[in-house]
Design a protein around this ligand. Structure first.
Ligand code: DI6
Ligand code: FE
Length: 398
């Protein structure tokens, strides 16, 4: 049975042709969970037609960098800082990443799922069809596994694909203070092995930063990922330039993320390796960072750029991928077309997925139908852009 979505403004997001791969007066044929055909209505195959009223249709959006599974929230700490408390005072009051680790350790798998779902629902309401979810707030074997199991469950409780990333090397927990290497050897590596054995890991990430782990420390985790046949990615050059992105590129990383302090050499190394630059304007905004990511250097090097929310309780308490696109344009001067490619075609590449991100025959029928006409509308508004419907795996869902 072929379903024909008819009367569309279709942004296929295929590169090399019209901007956004735009086709006016278009139709898409769907068979099962796949796109069978896409093109001008007049040439559409036979099937059951659904008139979409001239609405804009894009690939379902992909949020390729989130920490959407976590316990608690950090609004009180936000307030303390704005009332003049220092970083140390916040930390002494139990704030910071450690407070999220404590709340996550205290939460059952059911509680983690229940707390994440409202955030996920906000993402769905903006046309998202695939999210990446990282561990990294457990920082012990048991809780890292529980976070990943909760992440996987989101994919069965909602019409969404979930890609899981192991981020054991996110921070050193209090019980290992000053003993980073022991933490990596005794908790992170064993947790990675156990999570992989349970089929819970699609990729391996780390936080490479002065306040987190050095490139050499991250490489011990990447060596284990490689032994297990898992792809890697990295939080790199967010607060300083440690050469993390170039190191990740040497390991064939899918992506290096944040990158405010990336230099031209790092951008070139990423382009050569095909490592995607994941731009995260929500964290830049929340931290009131002033160093802009080197968008011009990335463009000049030919490094592909994705855009994501980084949804997390500390540095990016946001769920709106359309707002992330708006910030990427307004704060970083990316174009609306780059921003939309960054949440579709390039976001899929950042996750190593070749079956989605553009509208073409054979790919997954994951589509977003918008109450909009112009592709630039998705990045233009400050806040969510109205969605009409999502089609996920060929099925119409809210
Ligand atoms: N970079 C960040 O900005 C967050 N994690 C990371 O690797 C911080 C996470 C938090 O503060 O909870
Ligand atoms: Fe992150």
């Amino acid at each position: 049975m072929t379903m024909i979505l008819d009367n569309l403004r279709l942004a296929t997001m295929l590169s090399g042709g019209a901007p956004y791969g735009l086709i006016d007066g278009a139709a898409v044929a769907i068979e099962g969970d796949r796109i069978a055909w896409a093109g001008p209505s007049a040439e559409a195959p036979e099937g059951e037609r659904m008139d979409m009223g001239g609405r804009l249709v894009t690939p379902a959006l992909i949020d390729c960098h989130t920490h959407v599974v976590f316990g608690g929230q950090r609004a009180r700490e936000f307030e303390m800082r704005l009332n003049g408390a220092s970083y140390e005072e916040v930390a002494k009051a139990g704030g910071g990443i450690v407070s999220t680790v404590a709340a996550t350790r205290a939460a059952s798998e059911d509680a983690l799922v229940a707390q994440a779902l409202p955030r996920v629902d906000q993402m769905l309401a903006e046309g998202v069809g695939t999210i990446e979810v990282k561990s990294g707030y457990g920082l012990d074997i048991e809780t890292e596994l529980r976070m990943l199991r909760a992440a996987r469950r989101i994919g069965s409780e909602r019409a969404i694909s979930v890609v899981t990333t192991f981020l054991g090397a996110h921070a050193t927990p209090p019980e290992y203070k000053g003993r980073d290497d022991e933490f990596l050897a005794e908790q992170v590596i064993p947790a990675l092995r156990a999570a992989h054995a349970e089929g819970l890991v699609d990729a391996v990430d780390g936080f490479c930063e002065g306040i987190a782990f050095s490139p050499a420390q991250i490489e011990t985790v990447f060596a284990e990922a490689s032994a297990l046949g898992l792809p890697v990615k990295l939080h790199a050059e967010q607060l300083s330039n440690l050469g993390g992105a170039a190191m990740a590129a040497r390991h064939g990383a899918l992506s290096a993320d944040h990158l405010e302090y990336l230099d031209a050499e790092g951008a070139a190394a990423m382009a050569t390796a095909g490592t995607v630059a994941v731009i995260l304007p929500g964290a830049f905004y929340t931290l009131r960072e002033t160093q802009l990511p080197p968008i011009d250097a990335l463009r000049a090097a030919g490094t592909e750029m994705a855009v994501a929310t980084d949804c997390n309780p500390g540095t990016a308490p946001m769920t709106s991928l359309c707002l992330a696109m708006n910030m990427a344009c307004t704060l970083f001067r990316m174009t609306p077309e780059e921003a939309l490619a960054g949440t579709t075609r390039i976001a899929a590449r950042a996750l190593g997925l070749s079956d989605r991100g553009v509208i073409a025959p054979g790919l997954r029928a994951d589509l977003a139908v918008w109450e909009a006409r112009e592709p630039a509308e998705l990045a233009y508004r400050v806040g969510p852009t109205p969605l009409h419907k999502r089609i996920i795996g060929g099925t119409l869902v809210a």
